[in-house]
Design a protein around this ligand. Structure first.
Ligand code: PBG
Length: 324
């Protein structure tokens, strides 16, 4: 057997190619910030911006030109509004709720996913509430997350994606959405979400670094693979429509194993640190730009139908250049 026979030229390579990327595979994370006339570059994530509501028209125009059809929203409320209850996360006029309405008015076809979490809205920057002794206050955390999901659904979100890592969150959210009349809104669980240093630039972007401690009491230990599969299995049992592994590149083994657990679509989140790392290496000339394309096609090959990536705005161009 001479495997090189099938690598001789692009014609034959194309015929046997197993994986292809398209704009239908990617979801673009969008940061919306309270205030006026803001389009500011995120220092730790070159080429990524925070937009205020009044500048979203410009942003949405850019998404259309770039061929982006799916976005996931993250909100950055005024520092003064953050409180102990995470109120700005579920307020009718919260930043994400406003952004959903505005984007739907500007581009009714844009598919909007709402990230459901508390860390960006809570004064202490944590994704949940705690008891005096430091234990997670699960009921209150779940109740609040449910309020966030329902308020996003009322604003017109197409899908919700809870990134909190609370036990039982998918079942609680499914029940809350159904009870509020939103049976048709799917839930994409951040099922295996690791306590990763690769989220560093995001916390800078969303101003959501925890004020004390870290997230290791609820996000997963990077050393654990079986535990990640257990998390995915629980989300499936609880009724998730899509399951996710996050981050992507250092966790492709988990992704590849998780996809064998069910027939559900799989998502992978190529997170802020992965973006910053590749972007910087390409900008400094240490890596060829094709590395961006390679990182994404490998995530798909490992088993993701859906890739959340900050590279979405340039993907159409990369595909024209590197994918025949
Ligand atoms: C909120 C959330 C985070 C990310 C997505 N949702 C931050 C965190 O858990 O600290 C990270 C995304 C990224 O790094 O690109 N819980």
């Amino acid at each position: 057997m001479l495997p090189t026979r099938l690598r001789k030229n692009e014609k034959i390579r194309k015929l046997i190619r197993e994986t292809r990327l398209s704009m239908d595979d990617v979801v673009y994370p969008v940061f919306v910030i309270e205030g006026e006339n803001i389009k500011e570059e995120i220092p730790s994530m070159k080429g990524q911006y925070r937009y205020s509501i009044d500048r979203l028209d410009e942003a949405v125009e850019g998404f259309k030109v770039a061929g982006i059809e799916y976005i996931i929203l993250f909100g950055i409320p005024d520092e003064s509004k953050k409180d102990g209850e995470a109120t700005p996360a579920f307020a009718d006029d919260g930043i994400v709720q406003q952004a959903i309405r505005k984007i739907k008015a500007l581009a009714p076809d844009m598919y909007i996913i709402g990230d459901v979490c508390l860390c960006e809205y809570k004064a202490d920057g944590h994704c949940c509430f705690f008891e005096e002794n430091g234990d997670i206050k699960r009921d209150k955390s779940l109740d609040t997350l449910c309020k966030v999901a329902v308020s996003q659904a009322k604003a017109g979100v197409d899908m919700i994606a809870p990134s909190d890592m609370m036990d039982g969150h998918i079942a609680a959210l499914r029940n809350a959405l159904d009870t509020a009349g939103f049976e048709s809104i799917p839930i994409m669980g951040y099922s295996a979400k690791f306590a990763s240093t690769f989220y560093g630039p995001f916390r800078d972007a969303a101003d959501s670094a925890p004020a004390f401690g870290d997230r290791r009491a609820y996000q997963m230990d990077p050393a654990n693979g079986k535990e990640a599969l257990k998390e995915v299995e629980l989300d499936i049992e609880e009724g998730a429509d899509i399951v996710m592994v996050k981050p992507a590149m250092p966790y492709l083994d988990v992704l590849s194993q998780a996809k064998d657990l069910s027939f559900l679509p799989m998502a992978a989140y190529q997170v802020s640190g992965e973006y910053a790392m590749i972007r910087t290496a390409v900008d400094e000339g240490l890596l060829d730009e094709r590395a961006i394309f390679e990182s994404l096609i490998c995530i798909k090959r490992a088993g993701a139908e859906i890739i959340i990536t900050y590279f979405a705005p340039i993907l159409k161009k990369l595909l024209a250049k590197y994918q025949d």
